[in-house]
Design a protein around this ligand. Structure first.
Ligand SMILES: Nc1ncnc2c1ncn2[C@@H]1O[C@H](COP(=O)(O)OP(=O)(O)OP(=O)(O)O)[C@@H](O)[C@H]1O
Ligand SMILES: [Mg+2]
Length: 259
């Protein structure tokens, strides 16, 4: 049964960058606890959609409602309160490379800490136990004081996940979180995200090119192409041909794994 109030609601949303229609007339709702895969060929509008959901981008038309707030009209304080509940994971990790891991993990507090506390923490790390626990949860407990740029790509992605754990948001939006890690590490990261959602009820929206992971780790799949919503259905209803059409119809050939 579906939760009565959606976490996110897009009402007839369009997003233009100059002459490019990145998204056209998108309407959808996302409910608490859902695990959604966002799929579609390059340029389909996946990252744009995630940026609308986290409020870093405003729509050119239509409305984006997040946790009951119309983000474009919300006061800055309300918008920040909503944004604290949204954790982001990116392909490029967005970590500060020359700092110790603990500082990057503690960045998960930044939405809550005043500036003095954040600055002080760079000299003398605060909340060491919480950072250590988050790193243990993502399987790299021993890396607390390692320099971030000495870690492998997969380990850095785990640091990014630990930062999100410390932030403890209601929702995790992940933009191609496994695009820059090898297949084994990809499975680990996807398992971790899935585990987080299973154990804490966090809502996941993950943009992916790997159809098999969309199937195995998510419950709902949203297909975008050229800024338009092509399908939005439970994974059980998403057939091979649906995915094939989504990718095949685009101008560029895409490497899609289909069984
Ligand atoms: N900041 C921007 N300025 C201008 N055009 C943009 C900007 N961001 C995105 N676009 C355009 O909007 C469209 C959608 O881009 P988006 O990054 O959302 O696609 P995507 O589905 O995430 O693609 P990929 O799989 O390659 O990451 C593309 O045509 C892109 O060139
Ligand atoms: Mg993208």
């Amino acid at each position: 049964m579906r939760h009565p109030s959606p976490l996110f609601e897009l009402k007839q949303v369009s997003c233009r960058f100059n002459q490019v229609a990145a998204l056209s007339q998108i309407s959808l709702r996302i409910y608490p606890g859902e695990r959604i895969a966002l799929v579609g060929p390059s340029g389909a509008g996946k990252s744009t959609l995630l940026s609308l959901l986290n409020g870093t981008l405003a729509p050119s038309q239509g409305q984006v409602w997040v946790m009951g707030q119309n983000l474009a009209q919300a006061r800055a304080t309300s918008r920040r309160r909503v944004q604290r509940q949204i954790g982001m994971v990116y392909q490029q990790h967005h970590l500060i490379r020359n700092l110790a891991v603990i500082h990057n993990v503690n960045a998960g507090h930044l939405g809550y800490w005043p500036l003095w506390k954040a600055a002080w923490s760079l000299v003398w790390p605060l909340q060491v136990d919480q950072a250590a626990a988050a790193l243990a949860q993502v399987g790299i407990a021993d890396k607390l004081y390692a320099r971030t740029d000495r870690l492998s790509g997969g380990q850095q992605q785990r640091v990014a996940l630990a930062r999100v754990l410390v932030q403890n948001p209601a929702v995790i939006l992940a933009d191609e979180p496994i695009a820059s890690v090898d297949p084994e590490r990809s499975r680990d990261i996807m398992d971790l995200l899935r585990h987080l959602s299973d154990t804490t009820g966090k809502t996941l929206v993950i943009s992916l090119h790997e159809v098999d992971f969309a199937r195995s780790h998510c419950d709902r799949v949203i297909g975008l192409r050229e800024g338009k919503l092509r399908f939005d259905c439970p994974v059980s209803a998403a057939s091979d041909s649906l995915f094939r059409d989504l990718y095949a119809l685009s101008g560029e050939p895409q490497a899609v794994e289909l069984r």
